[in-house]
Design a protein around this ligand. Structure first.
Ligand code: NAD
Length: 262
């Protein structure tokens, strides 16, 4: 088998949540580019359709599902509705900015509902069908915030830490069935989630602020470059493929070297 073949996903069915934008969109496009049939799941129908349109234009196979990952029954229905689900990417996420001291309970609940419970529901439902079939791959999106604590994103980081922990526990519980569970912990990638740093109150983009943040983030990284959504998608492609058949329970950190785990 040629080395490239190991990364092919021809005919495998995949779901990517939060695939209407940013990292999820890049993951969906990359998996489809490797031959997977991708269900682009997002709470936002227009964005999910945009991703499907890109995949269609590249000759890939995609469909859409409008799903709010905080709704357990809807996530279960999504998972059970895809025949022979081979790859489940639990990627949808949101952000809130507050110190822990000032964090209000509604924000805490909202962040945990999307960033942790949304991932949990997807992983649990996928694990059930994959274990029954004896194969499959689950990939969760955690965050570099787990490795590098930063002020004012405590709720987000706590939920992401729970994602990384669940990834390990689920991985060890279902490894004997042949199902692998891993996570990616992206470094800073300029997407809708980060746009709050340079979006003015009237919704306009402040290019000066944006350039300053991008420059700061690339200077912070030992590799001195900014991460791109596709850098995350390639990590997911690896984890999803048979090239990673010996890898489970891991959180991979594509982050330019900002934090290094061992
Ligand atoms: N961008 C970064 O720097 C960065 C760093 C670390 C981790 N992450 C994580 O990567 C993931 C993707 O983030 P992104 O940067 O691409 O952000 P993004 O805002 O561009 O994309 C998030 C997508 O998730 C969808 N979504 C939000 N709530 C949802 C819900 N309840 N149900 C279904 N879909 C929902 C949104 O509509 C959007 O399309 C998130 O989990 C985020 O926490 C991002």
């Amino acid at each position: 088998m040629g080395s490239e073949e190991r990364f092919r996903l021809d005919g495998r069915n995949a779901i990517v949540t939060g695939s209407g934008s940013g990292i999820g969109q890049a993951i969906a496009i990359r998996l489809a580019g490797a031959g997977a049939n991708v269900t682009c799941a997002d709470i936002n129908e227009e964005r999910a359709n945009e991703t499907k349109g890109i995949i269609d234009a590249e000759g890939g196979s995609a469909s859409i599902a409008v799903v709010d990952v905080t709704k357990k029954d809807d996530v279960t229905k999504l998972v059970n509705g895809v025949r022979d689900l081979a790859i489940m990417c639990n990627n949808a996420g949101i952000m809130t900015d507050s110190s822990i001291v000032d964090l209000d309970e509604a924000d805490l609940d909202r962040i945990f509902a999307v960033n942790f419970k949304g991932v949990f529901y997807g992983a649990q439902a996928a694990a059930r069908v994959m274990v029954a079939r004896g194969s499959g791959v689950i990939i969760n999106t955690s965050s570099g915030a787990v490795a590098v604590p930063a002020p004012n994103i405590g709720a987000y980081a706590m939920a992401k830490a729970a994602v990384s922990q669940m990834t390990k526990t689920l991985a060890i519980e279902i490894a004997p069935s042949g199902v692998r569970v891993n996570a990616i912990a992206p470094g800073f990638v300029d997407t809708r989630i980060t746009a709050r740093h340079y979006t003015e109150d009237d919704g306009s983009i402040n290019d000066e602020k944006r350039n300053a943040i991008r420059s700061h983030m690339s200077t912070m990284a030992p590799l001195r470059i900014m991460g791109e959504a596709d850098d995350m998608a390639y990590a997911v492609l690896y984890l999803a493929s048979d090239a990673a058949k010996f890898v489970t329970g891991q959180t991979i950190h594509p982050n330019g070297g900002v934090a290094m785990n061992w």
